[in-house]
Design a protein around this ligand. Sequence first.
Ligand code: SAH
Length: 469
Amino acid sequence: MSRKKKFHLFENIEITDTAAKGKAVAKAPDGRVIFVPNAVPGDVVDIQTGRKRKSYFEGRVVKIHKESEKRTEPVCDYFGVCGGCKWQNMKYEEQLFYKQKEVTNNLVRIGHLELPEITPILGCKEIYFYRNKMEFSFSDSRWLTNEEIKSGADFDNKNACGFHIPKMWDKILDIDKCHLQEDPSNDIRNSIREFAKENEISFFNPRNQHGLLRTLMIRIASTGEIMVVVQFFEDNTEKREALLNYVAEKFPEITSLQYVINNKGNDTIYDQEVVLFKGKDHIFEEMEGLKFKINAKSFYQTNSEQAYELYKIARDFANLKGDEIVYDLYTGTGTIAQFISKKAKKIVGVESVPEAIVDAKENAKMNKIDNVEFFVGDMAKVFTQDFIAQNGTPDVIITDPPRDGMHKKVVEQILNILPKKIVYVSCNSATQARDLALMQDAYKIVKTQAVDMFPQTHHVENVVLMEKR
Ligand code: SAH
């Protein structure tokens, strides 16, 4: 059997661009595209490729000959090992340039859309410590660095609390300082880890499914309230209480301390009982005087400050006069619906997660908003002619679907209704472009504005205003 040559070394190759999933792009001498992680456009590098797929290569940088001027020193010790913050080695203005470029390319190449003049991307003021929520995992299988392995030392305690190594479901990178969430986030996580080590509270072993500490969620709201939820795998009252009492004492600023005992296969808490240990079972976020109650399972945009900017853009684009019926599709906990409520006659929010709609209704009541109505269901099934007959024909539709974009039926229904305006908020401009293309005959794109919510990553939001032709 002949062995095909599987690997190539491409030398002195210039990185030319970025591509999907935050990878960098270069071109092989034969013209095929090479995708590489952790490189920056402008770098000149040697690339070792793995398996060739039909028309492109995937590889990794093995040597840097020239560093791009677009580079900056990553602030984080774990850059390149941790799966988050893949663009930390790129200057922020360059990150914004490539985010903008991706959005525009998608709208033009996928959607073949006729675009108005594009307003420049809105960057974040805070490019670190911008997340209000972080989730960490505990494991007794710490990821060892190459240096540690080479050192030959014996690591008998491999307990760790941090993030999963990409594509390694059982290996956890131990994190001492993460630059994504403000203090006391790092202090809380590190203190729990140290207390657990000192008091022989075991860390989860995901392969053999045993151990106590499983995950840790920390939410720090813009109101200053702090929620901590510790998830245990095994139930051990004595050790659990010792740990939670320690946390409560050491961090009196925690306003909501809760725990979950979850011994099922996966670690999502959404089907689990969350038990209150100290404080309240919720915290509040606040935006323009509106309050949003957030419990352990609630969804809320993870960058509060920039969510406010995003919502203002959506509201400006909708440019409501006060007599309109507005639909807020994929409303989540109804934040956009409430945010625009003063400017419309009536708002109808639709969302598939029942708990989110419970929150939405409760928040609207608390905020004394009486012109919003919320409905639960899969959009493709709920958003029907009957539904519209019952709730009124929308003058404006705001839609904020998940990464997959809108179901074809939802787009068809919008085209049945033909509202005057559509404001499309998207976290994936590729599916947004696909959906907009389906509406292009009936609608004209009037405005498009990209918004960065996640500095140091390749993720980008885009808001488009369409008006009926
Ligand atoms: N606009 C909200 C949430 C947007 S995230 C905010 O700004 O907070 C997208 C939302 O779409 C999520 O809440 C998700 O639960 C919901 N969703 C996903 N698929 C859906 C479907 N098929 N039907 C209805 N809602 C869906």
